[in-house]
Design a protein around this ligand. Sequence first.
Ligand code: TXA
Ligand code: MG
Length: 348
Amino acid sequence: KTIIRKVNKEHPEADIICQAGDILKKGGLVAFPTETVYGLGANALDEEAAMKTYAAKGRPSDNPLIVHIADMKDLPKIVTEIPEAAKKVAEKYWPGPLTMIFQKSDLVPHGTTGGLDTVAVRMPDHPIARDLILAGGGYISAPSANTSGRPSPTTAQHVEEDLTGKIDMIVDGGPVDIGVESSILDVTVDPPMILRPGAITKEMFEGVVGTVAVDHTLIKPDSKEVPKAPGMKYRHYAPKAQLTVVEGDTDAVVNYINERTAEHVANGMRAGIIATAETMEQYQAGDVKCIGTRADERTIAAGLFGVLREFDSDGVHVIYSEAFQEEGIGSAIMNRLLKAAGHQVIHV
Ligand code: TXA
Ligand code: MG
């Protein structure tokens, strides 16, 4: 049986945080909000708790977990070295939507790191996450709290859909702010390398440490090479319906999507359309969902996973989405959208 408790985001109730912290200390699983997506928390220093995490998500155990901390003084205990670049980036962007890869110390079991000698570490900026990490002992592993292969959860209801009955507790802190997972920066290499795009963008990293590299499997998705973040190789975020991303000038994109959805509808099929505030009135048929406004792409990041889940439960047969500029947060949006589409893109 899964306990579900609502918690005040700004002033987390101490009794509920204590209850959740106890479960974590005893090796149990607690889902909780961070500013990016909901995480599935467990004691990161307990190999058995890691195994339970993999089982609950149905996730392959070679896909390492991120260790969450709440205090900078806890970092040196789980890593062997903190490179200069990492110090600068941490100073600027921790707590926040950022994960860094370090060489791990012996304190971190290989069960948590998927057998790797490196460890991913994140310090989230969310009052509930912060309090819970401390209550749970200071080192909490947390992959996104979804069933492996589904979109990451941005509300507690999404977590319930996937994990009720499989975990001990869900802490409901309301919808998250950012909506896409943290940026991952590997600081074991020089220059540091982005392994997963997120809300902390390449330009933002470069403002702090100069040049940063980008894992080129992110840029050339058709590449046969294995991505450096093991999780990036799986077909994530896959909606049940085939998703096609349509790139081009706005009018051409809208026309193309209108033509295709008209065809599908004429054939008795249900077509979903991922639209923006700027275009949604221009679509004539199909199930149109507005994901956010191009005037502020953060709204699009926040809306993406929820819209993909809605189309799953609506049971549409195909989905068309507009494309976004691969700049700033747009890089993270397009990375997730293209993965959801299995890289099916049409240029019009
Ligand atoms: O925003 C986030 O990062 C969320 C919240 C809950 O903190 N967590 C999250 O975890 O997205 P997860 O497990 O869904 O994604 C972790 C990614 C995977 O692609 C994994 O392969 C990669 O991080 N990763 C973890 N440890 C790594 C390591 N040592 N080296 C390279 N990649 C690593
Ligand atoms: Mg995930």
